[in-house]
Design a protein around this ligand. Sequence first.
Ligand code: SAH
Ligand code: SF4
Length: 419
Amino acid sequence: MPDTQLMPIPGQIDPVPVARDITPRADGRVDLMGLPKKRIAELLAEAGLDAKAAKLRAKQLFHWLYHRGVTDFEAMTDIAKTMRPWLEQRFVIGRPEIIEAQHSTDGTRKWLLRTADGHDFEMVFIPDADRGTLCVSSQVGCTLNCRFCHTGTMRLVRNLTPGEIVGQVMLARDALGEWPKGRMDFIVPDDEAEEASEYTSDGRLLTNIVMMGMGEPLYNFDNVRDALQLVMDGDGLALSKRRITLSTSGVVPMMARCGEEIGVNLAVSLHAVTKDVRDEIVPINRKYGIEQLLQACADYPGASNARRITFEYVMLKDKNDSDEDARELVRLLRHYDLPAKVNLIPFNPWPGATYECSTPERIRRFSNIVFEGGISAPVRTPRGRDIDAACGQLKTSAEKKSRAELDRLAEEKQAALEA
Ligand code: SAH
Ligand code: SF4
């Protein structure tokens, strides 16, 4: 029996299994990663602290966990020395396990991660001159099967827990060496004063987060919301909601709640302007059509000219890339009066994909038409292609390897037949 039990999420639109909020561990300790302050206080009270002490300790733990990135209770210098082993016996501060770390020639980094119950997923870091973006996964695999997306071909799907989602940000900060180095206890003894350096959070590499890794974040709404709240918490990772973007393929019924309860920037994977084409390449369109989707965008809380909605549009040769498509895109976005920008994504191929990327001339022409319509439509440069880290290429190396393994076995079988 694996040490994580799976249970269905009640009321979910397309139910997928999710680990419980607290994953049972073989050693009986509780992983605090992903838990909000209030839940930590409850656990401390259950372990025997009185309500006031539990609240105070929870505040301290929260700060060490999310603001300082500490994983060892011994390092928590403002918690009494005798208290630290008490915590150690009952709790751990976990991270997803790193199975493989890859570095692209363009600076992009990709990590293959594993949950405690053995499911693999990926995270990508994309450095730019003025920012560093972490592309975070919300599910292992995806139920939605968009025809051009490699993640959609994965068989196994499980929602990631808040701990596994925020754990990706924690790991990235670990890997980039971005935790504040100084001491945070307020009275530094004289003999240790030298060790105490300035506490600063400036000059970090990781500045932005996009929920554009594996999975559909709005099919794992509660866990994504809880994780992003930890990321945005001023006492936690303290990242501004303006630096976080959630990308959805168009789960219309969850979009208003996304704006109200999370409040981050919205990106919508539009990819087509006619029912026929979108039905084919983004199958969720058969459930929630283009009009419904654009109306939900027009109603998105917080959207304004200062905070525009990004429409992602993957460029597929002879499928969605004509002049007419570009003009229809402008018409639609204007018709709904959307504060919009369009991101044109050259299709990133993967083995077995049935589409081709549009030619550079076609993409330029498409971009110009949308620009002339008064809507910004830059072409996104694919990053990390050499390590399969670009948009839509995420599918765990473990699965890719098993496919390679299968191919090898098939070849051997064929060779044996021919012999
Ligand atoms: N499930 C969410 C977020 C993850 S995908 C969504 O679909 O929006 C992030 C973006 O990459 C989406 O716009 C997706 O459509 C796009 N994408 C997927 N496969 C791609 C590929 N092979 N080439 C280019 N972009 C791709
Ligand atoms: Fe899922 Fe997004 Fe890929 Fe579609 S594009 S299969 S929604 S991850």
